[in-house]
Ligand binder design. Structure first.
Ligand SMILES: NC(=O)c1ccc[n+]([C@@H]2O[C@H](COP(=O)([O-])OP(=O)(O)OC[C@H]3O[C@@H](n4cnc5c(N)ncnc54)[C@H](OP(=O)(O)O)[C@@H]3O)[C@@H](O)[C@H]2O)c1
Length: 236
């Protein structure tokens, strides 16, 4: 039978690429995001996909969205905010709080809300970030948020058995996540990271989508976070 995957943050970047990859593999997909225009554009590019407008920080909206989507076999949490970056000495706690409110808490809200309709031996995949383990200067806030998400993974894998709970931890990936930077700064940042990354380039959303599809499809992967960063954490 066709398996159903619900992707929060499926309207852009990594989540959108994951939806496209999984649909090519024969999964049925439902995507969710806040912006109706983004959702419409994603539906247009994906074709026959379920779509729901939802703010993952709002537990009532999230519960309603999961209940409305019907039974699901897999859930991917690919949402996040660009808050929390910057040198620690001057890092504003307001920005760190916004980073937790924009990523760590919504990931937990969605994970909880998915459970009633998620197949008992299906899968839940979190998207964190390599900042959680890389020691890059200027990423203390991002590291804290993403490490919080990664800390959940083994606990939930043990607690929610037989559900498989995994994560993908991307390096620098060319997506609209970086739109908070002016175009010239973004290009310079990408070029800098590409030069420092052993594979000689930054990531594409499809690189991370492949890792997500692997974790969903491999029934023996559990409690694991795969780092998908071209090796940048070893060389930056
Ligand atoms: N790109 C990178 O270099 C990189 C590196 C490491 C980790 N990551 C992580 O990968 C994940 C995906 O990022 P991306 O690069 O694909 O970014 P993106 O292109 O900006 O996509 C983010 C997606 O999340 C949705 N979203 C954000 N906040 C939401 C909320 N409160 N409720 C529902 N949907 C929400 C967005 O749609 P709406 O805005 O319409 O809600 C969009 O669909 C994030 O957690 C990010 O931190 C990215």
């Amino acid at each position: 039978m066709t398996e159903h995957v619900f992707i929060v943050g499926g309207t852009s970047g990594i989540g959108l690429a994951a939806a496209a990859k999984l649909m090519r593999l024969g999964y049925k997909a439902t995507i969710a995001g806040r912006d109706p225009a983004r959702l419409k554009a994603a539906r247009h590019s994906l074709g026959d996909v379920g779509a729901v407008v939802m703010d993952a920080a709002d537990p009532i909206a999230v519960n309603a969205a999961f209940a409305g989507a019907g039974p699901i076999d897999h859930c991917v949490l690919a949402l996040g905010s660009g808050k929390g970056a910057g040198p620690f000495r001057n890092l504003e706690m307001k920005s760190v709080r916004q980073a937790f409110e924009g990523k760590a808490f919504p990931h937990m809200v969605c994970a909880q809300a998915a459970l009633p309709t998620l197949r008992k031996d299906g899968s839940l995949t979190f998207i964190s970030a390599v900042s959680a383990c890389a020691g890059f200067p200027g990423t203390a806030g991002l590291a804290a948020v993403n490490a919080a998400i990664e800390a959940l993974i083994p606990v939930l894998a043990a607690e929610l058995r037989p559900l498989r709970v995994n994560g993908v931890s991307p390096g620098v990936v060319d997506t609209p996540w970086w739109d908070f930077l002016p175009a010239d700064q973004r290009e310079a940042t990408f070029a800098d990271y590409a030069a420092r990354t052993p594979v000689g380039r930054i990531g594409r959303p499809e690189d991370v989508a492949d890792a997500i599809a692997f974790l969903i499809g491999n029934g023996f992967m559990n409690g694991e976070t795969i780092v998908c960063d071209g090796g940048v954490r070893w060389a930056a």
